[in-house]
Design a protein around this ligand. Structure first.
Ligand code: ATP
Length: 610
């Protein structure tokens, strides 16, 4: 992800959620819309039945009245059933949208071809917020359906009322008054609470001082009780008056607005009665007006509540769209990695982490031919891991290029490139699945291949680990499983290394400080395995192995050694060349030799290994 995308259009986020609902379950989404509209017609249908029933009773048509009565009962019964069906439908739909949104967020989070977005505070915050508010995304669909239902009810009611008398069309406008007043009143009340908060807090503190036994002695010596009491009374009174003012204003505006709606309601009924008296409407119309007009303000409330909720959810929906746009922006259809060429090369590569004071890599030039093993050594913070991450294309360089057989990594199909890379990083992940799957994840198509996992474990010097697990490779690992077995850091690291050994012939195998948590004996054996693994990967003259380590004695077998210093490559060569040059490598090697006795046989290159 390259940076923050522009804010989306007004309703694009909401529309995207509606599309997500349609895509995640089209029949249910369409069904929910149809049923919501059917339910919204219900109050009008009931009112119409009541009108017909009343008119039939007034006209003395008992049979017709009976028919309308039965129709009314059927309408109510079907409405109740429909309500439950719709409720069930909405619940399932909401659940599906939540899953689709979660899957979308996870995919967006992983989609970019670099991991830089996780280190961009703005994008990381967007991702964190959207993960937290994912429920709100699913609720957008429910709010939309609620709004549709409320507007449908309102529309049906107004059309029928207008048929009684056109002036009744004004009723929704008056019905909106109590809704407006409730919101306005709420704002005033909130405002008064905020204004009163400072006085109230101070009054509370003084109350604690006045009542606290620990203060009593000092207050009486100072003779300050009366002053504290008066000040408390003053502040509490001021806060109380502020709250009262807000509450009064709030109640008054709501009472006025509700009174106005009451008057409008009475006027609407009077209009219907007058029309009936004038013979332009029936008694049924009067009852219909009484039933429908009273509901108008409730429908307006429902609609405005749904709009309020949608406005709140809009921020999350917009965020979802922004992240999706960023992930899409990074998607590239690249070429397949070339099979032959000059291997892996860095051309004047510069890279700086976001907001870092200095570049982690500064003009790095390096080339490793197919079939070679490169060891990268250097002090902490020299840029070794960063170099490895750029080789795997977890980041793109800010300047220069990383090429594979002549093609810049940025032009390759990222998935095709990643499928040819295996890596074990310092900051390895503890995948809490079964031990077999933890290893098998290194080559997804063979995740269930226990034989392959066992071979990979052997390459990582981990055969004994399998025996130590209660169910061998089938043992669930970690605390997230009720029956999970917890491992030591070193054991987890062995599994991570084994994971990197799952692919049999990766084009690039990166082993970054893979022994940090291992004991000395295991480390020694592991490096022997690395020597073997290196030969397997590089045997056909195409694969490349990059080993990053602080243990210089362990990588003497490497074809090339690069010594990094403050983001640059200070020296390169074979062990012998670098020792002969007597530079930084030679000094480091000698220092370590003294500390670790590197030249002793057990740390030398394994017999007959090369
Ligand atoms: N994610 C990051 N965000 C910002 N700066 C980083 C990040 N990772 C590394 N750096 C900085 O980049 C520089 C190079 O770090 P890098 O991890 O590549 O060094 P290293 O040689 O692998 O060190 P070590 O031997 O300690 O693992 C350091 O100054 C480090 O502080």
């Amino acid at each position: 992800m390259k940076g923050k995308a522009p804010a989306s259009g007004k309703l694009r986020g909401i529309a995207a959620m509606a599309r997500l609902a349609l895509a995640s379950d089209t029949p249910r989404a369409v069904g929910a819309v149809v049923m919501t509209l059917a339910i919204s017609a219900h109050p009008v249908v009931v009112a119409l039945f009541i009108r017909q029933l009343t008119d039939a009773v007034v006209a003395g048509h008992a049979d017709t009245a009976m028919g309308w009565g039965l129709g009314l009962a059927a309408a109510v019964a079907s409405w109740l059933a429909l309500l439950w069906y719709t409720f069930g439908l909405r619940t399932v739909l909401e659940e599906k949208v939540r899953h689709a949104a979660e899957a979308g967020i996870a995919a967006m989070s992983m989609a970019p071809w670099s991991v830089a977005h996780h280190e961009d505070p703005e994008i990381a915050e967007e991702l964190a917020l959207i993960e937290r508010d994912v429920n709100r995304l699913a609720q957008v669909v429910i709010f939309l359906l609620t709004l549709l239902g409320a507007l449908g009810q309102l529309l049906f009611a107004v059309v029928v009322l207008a048929d009684v008398h056109p002036v009744l069309l004004l009723l929704p406008a008056v019905g909106a008054l109590p809704v407006w007043a409730a919101r306005r009143g709420d704002r005033w009340r909130q405002r008064s609470l905020e204004l009163a908060a400072a006085d109230e807090n101070r009054a509370r503190e003084l109350y604690a001082v006045a009542c606290g036994a620990e203060h009593a002695q000092e207050l009486s010596v100072l003779g300050a009780q009366a002053a504290v009491r008066d000040r408390h009374r003053q502040l509490a009174g001021a806060a109380q008056r502020e709250r009262e003012t807000g509450a009064h204003r709030s109640f008054r505006v709501q009472a006025d607005a509700t009174g106005l709606f009451g008057a409008a309601y009475a006027a609407a009924v009077a209009v219907a009665v007058l029309a009936a008296v004038a013979g332009k409407a029936g008694v049924g119309d009067v009852l219909l007006t009484i039933a429908l007009a009273a509901q108008v303000t409730g429908q307006v409330t429902m609609a405005t509540d749904a709009v309020t909720q949608l406005v709140r959810a809009k921020a999350t929906a917009d965020r979802y769209l922004r992240i999706a746009a960023l992930a899409d922006g990074d998607r590239t259809d690249g070429a397949e990695p070339p099979e032959t060429g000059d291997g892996l090369a860095l051309h004047d590569v510069t890279f700086r982490y976001k907001d870092a004071a200095r570049p982690a890599l500064d003009g790095v030039n390096l080339r490793v031919e197919g079939g070679q093993t490169l060891a990268v050594v250097g002090e902490n913070g020299a840029g070794k891991t960063t170099l490895a991450k750029l080789m795997c294309r977890l980041y793109d360089p800010d300047g220069g290029a990383v090429t594979w057989n002549g093609a810049p990594l940025s032009t390759l199909d990222p998935e095709a490139w990643r499928s040819q890379v295996s890596a074990a990083y310092q900051d390895f992940v503890r995948f809490e699945v079964t031990a077999g799957h933890t290893v098998g994840l290194g080559d997804l198509p063979r995740i269930d291949d226990t034989g392959a996992a066992r071979t990979a474990l052997r390459k990582a010097d981990g055969e004994r680990l399998e025996d130590a697990l209660p169910d061998g490779l089938a043992t669930p690992l970690g605390r997230s499983h009720p029956e999970g077995t917890e491992l030591s850091t070193g054991q987890w690291q062995k599994l991570a290394v084994a994971r990197s050994m799952m692919r049999e012939t990766p084009r690039l195998l990166v082993l970054d400080e893979p022994t940090a948590s291992l004991d000395a004996e295991t480390e020694y054996r592991l490096f022997q395995h690395y020597a073997r693994a290196s030969r397997e990967v590089t045997r056909d003259g195409r694969g490349i192995v990059v080993i990053i380590t602080h243990r210089l004695g362990s990588v003497r077998f490497a074809d090339r050694i690069a010594v990094m210093e403050r983001g640059t490559v200070a020296e390169t060569g074979t062990h012998d060349e670098l020792m002969a040059a007597g530079g930084r490598y030679a000094r480091l090697y000698r220092t370590q030799a003294e500390a670790y006795r590197l030249d002793e046989p057990q740390h030398a290159e394994p017999e007959g290994e090369r």
